[in-house]
Design a protein around this ligand. Structure first.
Ligand SMILES: [Zn+2]
Ligand SMILES: [Zn+2]
Length: 138
């Protein structure tokens, strides 16, 4: 089974997951804009039981998602890089593709929360765009 590894900016936190993500999405919601400092978050949706932290400690920040269920942002306590976000309502981690050691295997399959995107957002070509979430995930 394929195994993927990644880390935060300073290398204190490392993680790994196995198998292919259930989705790969550019998320343009306001929270993703804030915690990436850009127009979007490239999230790889990895089932919770396939993901593990392998080194270091994360701090977490918890907020309520649209579902009113908790979303836990996991970030490095030293450099502040958010490596993943736990979406408790659906039982998966949205792993930051940007933090993978090698992200060349992945490309976005959809763009979500595009209704919240800033005017200067850059959208991927040839993938479906959803104002919020696609019907099968909402
Ligand atoms: Zn770090
Ligand atoms: Zn988002």
């Amino acid at each position: 089974m394929a195994k993927y590894e990644g880390s935060c900016g300073c290398g204190h936190v490392k993680y790994a997951f196995e198998g292919e993500p259930i989705n790969a999405a550019f998320c343009y919601c306001k929270e993703c804009q804030k915690h990436t400092g850009s127009d979007k978050w490239f999230g790889l949706w990895v089932p919770k039981d396939k993901f593990a932290f392998t080194k270091g400690e994360t701090k977490s920040y918890t907020r309520k998602g649209d579902s009113s269920k908790d979303i836990h942002h996991q970030f490095c306590s030293r450099c502040g890089t958010t490596v993943c976000v736990e979406v408790t309502v659906a039982g998966f981690y949205s792993v930051s593709a940007s933090t993978l050691d090698d992200s060349s295997h992945f490309s976005p399959k959809m763009a979500i929360y595009t209704a919240s995107a800033p005017k200067w957002a850059v959208f991927p070509e040839d993938v479906p765009k959803f104002d919020i979430l696609p019907p099968e995930f909402s």
